[in-house]
Design a protein around this ligand. Structure first.
Ligand code: PAF
Length: 283
C-alpha cells in the first residue's frame, strides 16, 4: 500500500493509473478506522481497480477547537487495517496543503437549504466544512465512485446534491450502517464511551425501531411519535438532541408521495453526541 502525504506525489501516481485506464474508488474518512469503514472498504475493493482511502481530520467541519483535539487519532492502527484490506493508496494530506491560505480564506462549497436543517441546526457550519473538503478530495483524486456510510444520512443526501449541482462525474454509493451485537451503530465516537455507556447508547437503535413500528403499524402522527421517543430516550439515560421523521429524498416533511421515510436521531450520553438513521418503507 502506498502512503501519500503530498498533493504533488498523489497527482503523479494518479496520472499513471489514469493512463492505464484503471477505475478508481475513494472512501473518505477521518481515520480511527472501525468495522463500519471496513465494510465500505470491502465493497469498494470488489468494484474498482484502485482503492484510495483518505484519512484527514477536517478542521473545517468542527464547530469548536476542543472537538478537533479530542478526535481519536490512530494512524498506525489505521494503516495496518487498510493494508490488510488491500487498499492501494492511503492519502493522509497535511492541513497546510489542504488549506494553504487558512480556513477563513478558503473558498467554500455550500449546499443551501439541506445544510441548514436537522443536524445543520445543531452544528452550524458543519456541512459546508464537509462539502468543501469532499469537493477538494473529488477534484484532487477524480474517483469514478465514492462510498459513504448511511449512518451520517444527512451528509450522504447533501453530498449527492453537491455532486449534481457541481457536475462531478462521480457515482455516490451509500452503505448500510454496521452495528455491534446490541444494535449500536459503529462510530469513532463510541471510543469515548465506557462499558455502561455503551449499553445505554444501544437504546438509540431501540428507539428508532420503536419509531419505525409506530409509523408503520399504529399512527401517522409524527409529532406524537417523536414526543414519545424522546420520553423513552430520557428514561433510558440518553439526552435527546434532535429527532426527526422525514422524506428520505428531500429530508422534508413526509407527504402522500413519500416512498420511504428517514428516521434521524441524535442524542447525548455525557459529553458524547451520537447520531443514527433508519429507513422505513412506506409504499
Ligand atoms: O463522515 C466522515 O467521516 C467525514 O464527514 C468525511 C465524509 C470523511 C468528510 O471529512
Amino acid at each position: 500500500m502506498l502512503i501519500v502525504k503530498k498533493l504533488l506525489k498523489l497527482k503523479n501516481i494518479l496520472e499513471i493509473w489514469r493512463k492505464e485506464n484503471k477505475s478508481i474508488a475513494l472512501v473518505p474518512t477521518m481515520g480511527n478506522i472501525h468495522d463500519g469503514h471496513l465494510k465500505l472498504i470491502s465493497i469498494a475493493r470488489k468494484n474498482s481497480d484502485i482503492l484510495i482511502v483518505s484519512v484527514f481530520v477536517n478542521p473545517m467541519q468542527f464547530e469548536n477547537i476542543k472537538d478537533i483535539s479530542n478526535y481519536p487519532r490512530t494512524l498506525n492502527e489505521d494503516c495496518q487495517k487498510l493494508k490488510k484490506n488491500l487498499v492501494n493508496l492511503m492519502f493522509i494530506p497535511e492541513i497546510n496543503e489542504m488549506y494553504p491560505y487558512g480556513l477563513t480564506n478558503q473558498t467554500i462549497v455550500n449546499v443551501p437549504k439541506l445544510s441548514y436543517i436537522l443536524e445543520g441546526i445543531h452544528r452550524p457550519g458543519h456541512f459546508q466544512g464537509v462539502t468543501t473538503i469532499i469537493s477538494k478530495l473529488f477534484n484532487l483524486i477524480k474517483p469514478n465512485i465514492a462510498y459513504f456510510g448511511e449512518k451520517d444520512f444527512q451528509q450522504l443526501v447533501i453530498i449527492r446534491k453537491m455532486v449534481i449541482d457541481m457536475n462531478f462525474d462521480i457515482k455516490i454509493v451509500g452503505i448500510p450502517t454496521v452495528r455491534n451485537q446490541d444494535g449500536l451503530a459503529l462510530s469513532s465516537r463510541n471510543i469515548k464511551l465506557n462499558e455502561y455507556e455503551l449499553k445505554v447508547a444501544a437504546n438509540l437503535n431501540k428507539v428508532m425501531n420503536y419509531m419505525a413500528h409506530q409509523l408503520i403499524n399504529i399512527e401517522f402522527n409524527i409529532h406524537q411519535i417523536i414526543k414519545k421517543a424522546k420520553i423513552i430516550l430520557v428514561k433510558n439515560g440518553l439526552q435527546p438532541d434532535g429527532l426527526a421523521i422525514c422524506d428520505e429524498l428531500t429530508l422534508k416533511k413526509l407527504t402522500t408521495d413519500s416512498k420511504n421515510a428517514a428516521i434521524l436521531v441524535a442524542a447525548k450520553i455525557g459529553n458524547t453526541r451520537l447520531i443514527d438513521y433508519k429507513k422505513v418503507k412506506l409504499q
